[in-house]
Design a protein around this ligand. Structure first.
Ligand SMILES: Nc1ncnc2c1ncn2[C@@H]1O[C@H](COP(=O)(O)OP(=O)(O)OP(=O)(O)O)[C@@H](O)[C@H]1O
Ligand SMILES: [Mg+2]
Length: 372
């Protein structure tokens, strides 16, 4: 009798040990996969899907489904059946998803309590790994933003140098051009040619002015500005153009926005540049919404459109001077660099979110300089 008892517990011990080994192998594999930098999130999850069945008693009868943040990953031959175990994936006490493991009903096998325990351990491990991954991704994004800001600062220095060097000869061309035009009676053909020289020089001066705005070489002329009023009144000439193109401008203005100390004409330029871009992104018509909002002591100006939108690759480049996707006569690629320069010189920030085919939202944040 005693002997039998002893034999039973020995088998149990071996079984428990085998389960423990499987559990550890599975958890180790998940951690191992998480440490691989060459895997995208989706690739990682799909490999986890392959690892889980191997820790079960009957791997060939198992199919698995993991739901995480509205994304679903499932075994290729997923068979949802009534024989299943499932557990939630919790992260920071929040339910982020669920793991479900099914046995094919036709195979007539059952889950063991130990497997349910293992599943809980897998879910815990997965949530730890995913938390770490999201922290890493966040860090990588911050690093990329820093690099982007760094690149823009370098380009800014270069632009400031070029703008300065070109400004002087340009002034000479314009000055002497005007002198010749006014002081000498020229044949008509020469008059026309001279006019072209002056027009080209004026165009170049405009480009230089924008480069200087981008590289913050134009100090803002600070005065008290009512942003809501600026938005209310500053668009009459644009509104006509918008109406012709079937674009509606809607303003949602927060009366709690205080007056700020800023350069009114530069702020106007910012709004015009963003609105013109929005309009150009909606050749078939659509809606532009300009909103002001005070959030946590910051003034937010939000310009959104229902236009073509931009993919992440395009978004990386939009603040770089001369980057444009428009035809030569449609854009110089200086609109957003100018906006960036002006907002930076006012101590503010600008952010953009965009979905191709749906639209774009630019969010400007400015400090409240005048508390009411
Ligand atoms: N609201 C928007 N929707 C979609 N794409 C946009 C939007 N705003 C900007 N872009 C993209 O960013 C690019 C750069 O914009 P930016 O205003 O700097 O230059 P531009 O409009 O091309 O020329 P410019 O403003 O000098 O006339 C645009 O060519 C366009 O591809
Ligand atoms: Mg533009």
């Amino acid at each position: 009798m005693d002997y039998e008892k002893h034999a039973m517990s020995g088998a149990e011990t071996i079984f428990a040990l085998r389960e423990r080994v499987k559990e550890l192998t599975c958890l180790y594999k998940i951690t191992d996969l998480a440490n691989r930098n060459d895997l995208s999130f989706d690739e990682f999850m799909n490999m986890v899907l392959e690892v889980i069945p191997r820790s079960m008693q009957y791997p060939s009868s198992v199919t698995t489904r993991i739901t995480f943040d509205d994304k679903v990953f499932a075994s290729e031959s997923l068979e949802v059946s009534d024989v299943f175990i499932a557990t939630d994936i919790l992260s920071n006490y929040q339910n982020r998803g669920r793991i479900e493991i099914f046995y094919r009903e036709a195979d007539g096998v059952e889950f063991l309590p130990e497997e349910e325990q293992l599943l809980k351990a897998i879910a815990q491990q997965l949530s730890l790994v995913l938390e770490r991954k999201s922290i890493e991704e966040n860090n990588a994004r911050l690093q990329e933003q820093l690099r982007h800001a760094d690149r823009l600062a370098t380009i800014g220095q270069l632009s400031a140098g070029i703008a300065h060097e070109i400004n002087e000869p340009l002034s000479a061309i314009l000055g002497f051009g005007e002198l010749i035009k006014n002081d000498y009676p020229l044949p008509e053909k020469a008059q026309q040619d001279l006019q072209k020289i002056i027009a080209s020089a004026l165009h170049a001066r405009e480009v230089v002015r924008k480069l200087m705005l981008f590289s913050r070489q134009v100090p803002p002329k600070m005065m008290s500005v009512n942003l809501n009023k600026l938005i209310e009144e500053g668009f009459y000439f644009l509104e006509n153009r918008c109406a012709k193109q079937n674009v509606k401008i809607t303003r949602i203005l927060d009366p709690g926005v205080p007056e700020i100390v800023a350069d009114a004409s530069q702020m106007h330029q910012v709004l015009v540049n963003l609105t013109v871009n929005a309009m150009q992104a909606m050749p078939q018509g659509g809606e532009i919404t300009i909103r002001t909002l005070v959030i946590d002591d910051m003034i937010n100006i939000i310009v959104s459109d229902t236009g073509v939108g931009m993919d992440p690759e395009l978004l990386q480049k939009i603040f770089i001077p001369f980057f444009t996707t428009k035809d030569v006569d449609q854009g110089t690629g200086l609109g957003l660099p100018v906006v960036h320069g002006i907002i930076s010189s006012h101590g503010g920030t600008i952010d953009v979110e965009s979905t191709p085919g749906q639209g774009t939202t630019f969010t400007i944040q400015l400090k409240m300089t005048n508390e009411r």
